[in-house]
Write a protein that binds this ligand. Sequence first.
Ligand SMILES: [Zn+2]
Length: 66
Amino acid sequence: MRVFQTTSWYSASFPLWLLAAPFLLTSTFLFIRARRALQGCCTKCGYDLNGIEGAVCPECGASGDE
Ligand SMILES: [Zn+2]
C-alpha cells in the first residue's frame, strides 16, 4: 500500500503525457506541412500553388524548397 501511494504521488507530480506533448505537437506540425505539400499548397500559409509557375509563393513569399 505504501508503494502504491508513492507511485501515485510521482505520477501526479510529473505527468508522463507531458513528455509526449512536444513530440505530438511536432509531428502534427510536420503532418500538416507534408499534407499541404502533397496537395500542391504552400507549406507556410497553405496557399494553393497549383498552376503557378516558379517555386515562390505569391501569397507569403516562401520558397517551395523550405
Ligand atoms: Zn505561402
